[in-house]
Design a protein. Structure first.
Length: 143
C-alpha cells in the first residue's frame, strides 16, 4: 500500500480521491469539492490517499491541524473512508497511522474525529484502533 499526501491542484484529487470520498460524502459534486478544496486549504485542509498494489485509490482522508483551547493543538480528521471493495484490508488502519505520524510531527496532543451516530461499522473500527468517545457533537442547521 502506498500513502500519498496531495498538494493543492494535484489532478489525482478529483480523478482518484473524489470517487472514494463520494462513498462517504455522496452530496459532493466535483464542482463543490473543488470549492471546498479552494476555501478549505487556507483553513489547513489537506487530503491523503491510500493506493493498493495495483495503483487503485482505495482510501481517502481529509484532515487539518487545529489550535484550540481544549486540546491546544490537534489533528482533526474531517473525512476517513475506505472504498467498499477494500474494507477490512488494513487501509483505514494505514491511513490513521499515517495521520498519527503527521500529528506527532506537528506536536499535536491528540488525533480527533467525529462520526455520524448511524455509522456503527465505523465505530467498531475506531474502538479497535484504540480511540475513545470523549465528547458529544451538537449541531444546529443554519439553512
Amino acid at each position: 500500500m502506498k500513502i500519498i499526501d496531495f498538494e493543492p491542484g494535484d489532478p489525482r484529487l478529483t480523478a482518484d480521491l473524489l470517487p472514494v470520498l463520494l462513498e462517504l460524502r455522496p452530496h459532493l459534486t466535483e464542482q463543490r469539492f473543488l470549492g471546498v478544496l479552494s476555501e478549505g486549504h487556507g483553513q489547513g485542509l489537506r487530503f491523503t490517499a491510500a493506493y493498493d498494489a495495483d495503483g487503485a485509490c482505495v482510501g481517502a482522508a481529509g484532515w487539518r491541524i487545529v489550535a484550540n483551547t481544549s486540546m491546544v493543538r490537534m489533528l482533526y480528521v474531517d473525512d476517513l473512508v475506505t472504498a467498499a471493495t477494500a474494507r477490512s484490508t488494513g487501509v483505514g488502519h494505514a491511513l490513521l497511522a499515517h495521520l498519527e505520524q503527521h500529528g506527532r510531527a506537528a506536536d499535536c496532543t491528540a488525533l480527533t474525529l467525529e462520526s455520524g451516530t448511524q455509522r456503527a461499522d465505523a465505530h467498531r473500527f475506531y474502538f479497535r484502533e484504540r480511540m475513545a468517545v470523549t465528547a458529544f457533537a451538537f449541531e444546529k442547521p443554519l439553512v
